[in-house]
Design a binder for this molecule. Sequence first.
Ligand SMILES: [Fe+2]
Length: 271
Amino acid sequence: MLPYTGMMGNTKPHLTCRHCGTSIGGSPYLRAGKEYGCEGCFLKARQWVESSDAEHHALAEALAAALDLREREPGFPSKRVACHTLVLARRFTNDREQLRQIYWGALLHDVGKIGIPDAILLKPGPLAQAERELMRTHPEKGHAILAGVPFLQDAAQIVLSHEEHFDGGGYPRGLAGEAIPFGARLFAVIDTLDAMTSDRPYRRGLPFDSAMAEIQRFAGSQFDPTAVEAFIAEERVLREMVAVKCSAAWAGAPLVSARGERGNLVGLQRS
Ligand SMILES: [Fe+2]
């Protein structure tokens, strides 16, 4: 892992990732002397996947990348939260199948948003009541998409439950406590971390410390206290992962597809 400085700005458009060779001129980058890396390669180094899973994994990533493209988010938002969730999950289990399902569930958590109309999904301002209700159908839509895929059965349950709150105040089923799949409880913390620290059209992303304070404040209500404890224990790693993520602040640069080793689409990056 390279040491980094969270440099942002497009003052050095000639920079290329030392790992994959893609231009990182419009993205944040790591810096160690004269060596640079893009967020995609950073996440790849963090990723856990069995070589025997490569085809399943490529399929799941392609599906996630399709949603990221539709939402027009820069960087690797789905892969990012999946990798972050895995950081927490590894504290509780070494079971490879369980980790696989948690990774895929987090990766595909919002896949149901494919079924939400553009006028709502991409609306820059607040949603009206009816629009909000339609948006809240995305966990069930996502579950319906994945439920028939044999290798994604537990992941589909995480997708269905990823908007539930520990105290029962979430949706779609109002599940509480341990009735919520553990992977979904871990993911909920990471999803909030990523949302709060990401730029939006109407605000800049908040500092890591602000997000951490919010997450701690909602331990026991929105979040499983056990998941929050794991979050605090992994603060150093998560802080580093947040620091290198791509930023919507690069709104001036056009989005282009980012491709993995096999040429598969893995996300978007600023050109
Ligand atoms: Fe969601």
